[in-house]
Design a protein around this ligand. Structure first.
Ligand code: HEC
Length: 149
């Protein structure tokens, strides 16, 4: 039973990856193409410590409202996964080239999220944590039936 579910989400994950890559060609697609990420428990746990150790928590809440940066609840469905990975990895160049990042910058009074200098697997763990917390506060994709089985 468990094994089948796991395989199912792996396949869905790979599909999402493929779609994300295609959508990345056009950065304006990011806002509409929503991601569907089933958070992995171990990854989310690692992401949780990174979120506080790396200082994300100083600028972001997940479900408690805006701080210096946006409330990240639901961000894994409002952006596509590939966009999220690129942004968390290093937002700096995107403020010049990406329409969504530019709009965020304007909305947040030109406060630039710094390049947090994360490793790729740390970025991934953080995204799993944000997805898990979003689900908890009812803003996760699966909560709204957006994850096709
Ligand atoms: C100094 C404050 C600051 C820190 C530290 C910070 N951010 Fe941000 N973040 C922002 C701001 C401000 C924005 C909105 C875009 C902008 O103006 O830079 C943002 C945007 C984002 C977004 C996109 C939100 C959306 O609505 O699309 C994500 C995801 C994100 N941050 C994740 C993180 C993670 C993960 C960390 C820790 C590794 C982190 N941030 C650390 C300030 C910060």
């Amino acid at each position: 039973m468990h094994m089948r579910r796991w395989t199912g989400s792996l396949v869905a994950g790979l599909l999402v990856l493929g779609v994300g890559r295609a959508a990345a060609q056009d950065s304006t697609a990011s806002a509409s193409a929503s991601a569907c990420l089933q958070p992995d428990a171990a990854m989310a746990k690692r992401g949780q410590s990174l979120f506080s150790n790396r200082g994300c928590v100083g600028c972001h809440s997940i479900g408690q409202g805006k701080r210096a940066g946006p409330d990240l609840a639901g961000v894994t469905e409002r952006r596509d996964l590939d966009w999220l990975r690129r942004f968390v990895q290093n937002p700096t160049p995107m403020f010049e080239t990406d329409s969504v990042a530019k709009a965020l910058l304007a909305e947040y009074n030109n406060t630039r999220m710094p390049n947090m200098r994360l490793k790729g697997d740390d970025v991934e763990a953080l995204i799993h944590y944000i997805a898990r917390e979003s689900h908890k506060v009812g803003r996760g994709a699966s909560g709204e039936g957006k994850c096709a089985e």
